[in-house]
Design a protein around this ligand. Structure first.
Ligand code: ZN
Length: 277
């Protein structure tokens, strides 16, 4: 009798301990936003060994990661004003249907709810709407930040899209991997090569498992499958080293890998406002 009462007490204790542990774990969700489309006039600029012909139709994607009652934006798409003058003869021809602010309103979020903004790298198609979220903490590769705001700015960069952080305040400059929320659930991964401070993002979801967002380590499936990279990458050897690191991460875990500009990869993501969790 005593032993069975003890067993019941122990069971109740274990069950309540488990459920309180579950209650303490924050909600973790990954929302995929449609951040537009981009036609690349000459596909061959996406391969420094010149194997592509014709043009290329890519997408742009941004992401909201909900962690408890915090919200992080990953990449900030095109600048709506800057793309108004795009011509048929331009190498990059972006289009957007909705701004990030318009999209997040559909899940009841406003600008002030976004308290972190992570940027894979400093190119125009990843920082275009950043300034809108000026009160958020900016997480960005240190060298990508410095390329925008320390010294002479290289042609093709657009510091004006992200200059709310130009003074370095509320910026976390990254030189390595970074555990965003301190619990291992969301990690920015250092993947230099496309730019010097280029980053990818891993989100360890409870039901889905780990998801890795590529940044622009690869632009579309063929880049990934054939190990090809654009003409305009910062450094070929560093890119190849990041390819190796990414491959070993993908092989060592059962990862859902998302190439952020690949239309087929994005077609398999839940259509916003649906999400992965
Ligand atoms: Zn890009």
């Amino acid at each position: 009798m005593f032993r069975s009462v003890l067993a019941i007490i122990m069971t109740v204790f274990i069950v309540s301990a488990l459920s309180s542990a579950q209650a303490q774990e924050p909600i973790l969700r990954l929302y995929t936003l449609d951040c537009g489309k981009i036609k690349v006039l000459d596909a061959n600029i996406m391969d420094d060994t010149d194997s592509y012909t014709g043009s290329l139709n890519l997408v742009a994607s941004c992401y909201i990661i909900q962690h408890g009652n915090e919200y992080m934006l990953w990449d900030a798409g095109f600048n709506p004003e800057a793309i108004k003058g795009v011509k048929d003869t331009d190498m990059f021809q972006p289009k957007i249907e909705k701004t990030i602010v318009e999209s997040i309103a559909e899940i009841g979020l406003q600008v002030s709810d976004i308290n972190k903004i992570g940027i894979s790298h400093n190119h125009f198609d990843h920082i275009g709407q950043a300034n809108v979220f000026k009160d958020a903490e900016l997480l960005i590769g240190a060298t990508d930040f410095d390329a925008l705001f320390a010294g002479e700015v290289a042609e093709g960069l657009h510091p004006a899209f992200i200059d709310e952080w130009a003074d370095g305040e509320n910026v976390t400059k990254l030189n390595d991997d970074h555990d965003v929320f301190g619990d291992g659930s969301v990690t920015i991964l250092s993947m230099p090569g496309h730019t010097q401070g280029h980053m990818a993002l891993q989100v360890n979801l409870k039901k889905t498992g780990p998801v890795i967002l590529s940044g622009d380590l690869y632009h579309f499936k063929d880049n990934y499958e054939q190990g090809r990279m654009p003409d305009f990458n910062w450094n070929r050897e560093e890119t190849l080293a990041s390819f190796e690191r990414m491959k070993s991460l993908l092989q060592s875990q059962k990862v859902r890998f998302v190439i952020q500009h690949d239309p087929d990869h994005l077609a398999f993501m839940p259509k916003f406002p649906a999400y992965l969790d």
